[in-house]
Design a protein around this ligand. Structure first.
Ligand code: 13P
Ligand code: SF4
Length: 354
């Protein structure tokens, strides 16, 4: 990266000292992650944001929903900055509040709403988290989806159902592969079809009502490439993120959040071979940091998250230098009512055991 920009970023960070706290998601570019005070998956970053009441500014190097969560979890005196406002998430955009409210009413019309607990993946907008907060639901991340779902399934007695938003793959993979539900007990709610494309009978029989959303990055990994790599790399272990399709996760050796993926590679013996199905910035960084292990990417083509990549060094420098000059640019501020309701669902998650 440009040495001039690196020097400017460092100078701005030094000038701000303890007034700024920089959080970096594992999918961020190397040029940005080098300035993070803490790196982590969405769960770890949410906890870190909540634990830093002393920093005046939180510069969030990640995507919009993460910065919103940081704003919800921090006090009024702290200001959260997202260096590029175009850093959204296509998965989070797949569940709009109006669509979810329509689905919720349809569940009432089908006579099942009283049994349903809404659970939203962290990768959702603040108003979806608020929806879960006011309807007895919870937030989860890829690190704690099983714990959050176990909690949810206890909330309405033995016939509890879960409406899982917005990632159908995380919901299905967790329910089927970790909790023993059958694929038949999972149905997919398509917000673009009347009544989600489901009959009242299907809704009645279902335990998991999965929102039809997915991650455009993780959705690209295919089971064919798993077979291909197993045939060409002797002893390769396949390590994937639970946002991958069910057929890919079924064929993998290990599945878990970005933090889990990093810990697994750190603990792996020298000489071992791995093919990793997650965002490419992270896989490349792991390969660079572990030259004694054979690390490949689980796809034939490149596969970055284009919105995570929006946060680059020029945007980071701009945001940091603006703070030095006393101007808060790109502040992410969730309105009070949404904050209060979303906090209920986020706090339920932070209070889960483990
Ligand atoms: P985690 O950080 O929870 O593993 O999530 C991955 C992701 O896609 C974030 O956008
Ligand atoms: Fe969203 Fe997928 Fe990018 Fe994560 S990797 S921010 S889920 S599009």
């Amino acid at each position: 990266s440009d040495p001039d920009l690196v020097a400017r970023a460092q100078a701005a960070k030094d000038a701000l000292g303890g007034r700024v706290f920089v959080l970096g998601h594992h999918y961020q570019r190397d040029e940005v992650i080098q300035f993070a005070d803490v790196t982590g998956d969405s769960f770890k970053l949410a906890r870190e944001a909540a634990a830093r009441p002393d920093a005046e500014y939180i510069v969030f190097c990640g995507v919009h929903f993460m910065a919103e969560s940081a704003d919800i979890l921090t006090g009024d005196s702290q200001q959260v900055v997202l260096p590029d406002l175009a850093a959204g998430c296509s998965m989070a955009d797949m569940a709009a509040l109006s669509q979810v409210e329509t689905a919720w009413e349809a569940l009432a019309d089908a006579g099942v709403q009283a049994q349903v607990v809404p659970v939203t993946y962290m990768n959702s907008s603040a108003d979806i988290k608020a929806f879960c907060g006011r309807n007895g639901g919870v937030v989860c991340t890829s690190s704690n989806a099983e714990t959050a779902l176990s909690w949810a399934f206890e909330q309405r007695g033995p016939d509890t159902k879960v409406l899982f938003l917005p990632d159908q793959h995380l919901g299905r993979n967790t329910a089927v592969l970790q909790m023993g539900y059958s694929l038949d007990e999972c149905v997919v709610w398509d917000p673009h079809r009347p009544n989600g494309g489901l009959t009242a009978e299907q809704l009645n029989d279902a335990r998991m009502i999965l929102w039809k959303g997915h991650c455009s990055v993780h959705g690209r990994f295919s089971p064919d490439v798993v077979d291909e790599l197993r045939a060409t790399i002797p002893g390769v272990q396949i390590l994937v993120h639970p946002e991958c399709q069910h057929e890919v996760v079924l064929k993998a050796d290990l599945v878990g959040s970005t933090e889990f993926i990093i810990k697994t590679i750190e603990a792996a013996p020298a000489g071992s071979s791995w093919a990793i199905g997650t965002e490419l910035n992270l896989v490349k960084r792991l390969a660079d940091q572990h030259p004694d292990k054979h690390i490949s990417f689980l796809d034939r083509t490149v596969c970055y998250c284009s919105t995570m990549n929006r946060i680059d060094l020029p945007h980071f420098v701009w945001a940091m230098e603006s703070l030095v000059e006393g101007t808060v640019v790109n502040r992410i501020e969730v309105d009070e009512q949404t904050q209060a309701e979303a906090l209920v669902a986020l706090q339920r998650m932070l209070d889960l055991p483990g």
